[in-house]
Design a protein around this ligand. Structure first.
Ligand code: ATP
Ligand code: LTN
Length: 326
């Protein structure tokens, strides 16, 4: 059985991009693979976040992962900071990656350009992400398109480590969905929908009520033409709507484009399809939120299971590099 690992930051409300780019594929993967899914709270510290908010959002994120359909009896669901091996292996990998490699990461460059205080952790973020993945000997990492570059770095670091210190890590690959891998902001279709960018009308939350979803989709930015066509470069807004329709209904993007003579009906259908897709998730999230004690218990059991795999991998990597056993 192959192993999958993926993570999501508890840095804000989960949105439609997170759902179609990542979360729903996690739920689909859980039964065919040995699966580990992680709320990466240490990664959330790389941008400013209020401590109380981080604590609350970490638990809420776990609720969302259960709400999208992850079965805690089948997958190992846990919080990154509960398994100390993540930061311990991250250091070993920071001593394997180079400044040049880390400097080329576009996510670092974009996020660093936004704030005046750039944390050292934002720069070394990909080494921690590589540690997350390599600790579990993951074969596949289901992520959205924006994480491809981090996955390439993870592979390079794993290969370099194995060559220099002996076979230690499985070299993983990214599993990126064909549609919905890069959902664009509805107001700024040239940028991806993102948790850490303040664009309330451009971002559809997984928990938005149906009226809100409809309002946001109906006001989505398109272009000055009226022709419905799939052309992400020249018609990013319309193409984004077509992708969403494809993801939510299973129809092909070209076929969907051919069905519409104007933007109004396209938007109305996208809104209804997205509302229907999110309805069961929203329903389960509301139910789960009433028993947070149970969610905490599940996370604690998940961390114990994760540690059983992470500890021997870390010990093997440390020994391979020449660290003496305690
Ligand atoms: P941030 O803006 O803080 O980086 P984010 O919204 O990008 O947050 P992450 O926690 O970084 O969310 O990502 C979780 C998963 O969702 C990743 O696999 C990522 O590739 C995917 N993802 C994020 N945004 C999108 C998007 N707009 N379209 C498709 N997938 C996305
Ligand atoms: N960097 C990712 C979140 C993340 C992750 C991971 C994804 C942290 N560790 C390990 C996959 C595997 C992001 O920003 N989306």
């Amino acid at each position: 059985m192959t192993t999958v690992f993926s993570g999501i930051q508890p840095s804000g409300d989960f949105h439609l991009g997170n759902y179609v780019g990542a979360l729903r594929n996690w739920a689909a993967a859980q039964h065919e693979h040995s699966a580990y899914f992680c709320v990466v709270d240490l990664h959330a510290l790389t941008l400013e976040i209020d401590p109380e908010e981080l604590r609350r959002r970490t638990l809420e994120s776990a609720v969302m992962l259960l709400a999208v359909g992850l079965d805690p009896d089948v997958v190992t669901l846990f919080v990154q900071s509960h398994v100390a091996e993540h930061t311990r292996l991250a250091w070993l990998l920071e001593c394997t990656a180079t400044m040049g490699e880390l400097s080329r990461m576009t996510q670092y460059k974009e996020k660093a350009a936004r704030g005046e205080m750039v944390r050292a952790g934002l720069f070394t973020y990909p080494a921690l992400m590589a540690a997350d993945i390599l600790l579990y000997q993951a074969d596949e990492v289901p992520v959205g398109d924006d994480q491809r570059q981090h996955l390439e770095l993870t592979r390079d670091v794993a290969i370099r480590f194995n060559n220099r210190y002996g076979p230690t890590f499985t070299v993983p690959k990214a599993a990126v969905p064909r549609h919905g891998a890069r959902v664009m902001d509805l107001q700024h279709p040239e940028h991806k929908m993102s948790k850490s960018v303040d664009s309330p009308m451009g971002t559809v939350g997984i928990l938005d009520d149906p009226a809100e979803v409809e309002r946001k989709v109906m006001r989505a930015v398109t272009d000055a033409e009226t022709r419905v066509a799939y052309d992400p470069e020249h018609k990013p807004g319309v193409s984004n709507l077509l992708e969403l329709l494809a993801v939510a209904t299973g129809v092909g993007v070209q076929e969907a484009a051919a069905r519409y003579a104007g933007y109004g009906q396209l938007k109305a259908d996208v809104a209804q399809a997205v509302i229907a897709m999110l309805a069961p998730v929203r329903q389960r999230a509301l139910e789960l939120a009433s028993d947070l004690g149970e969610v905490e218990r599940l996370l604690s059991a998940g961390a114990a299971r994760a540690r059983e795999v992470a500890a021997p991998t870390y010990a093997a990597a440390a020994a391979a590099m020449g660290l003496s056993a305690p």
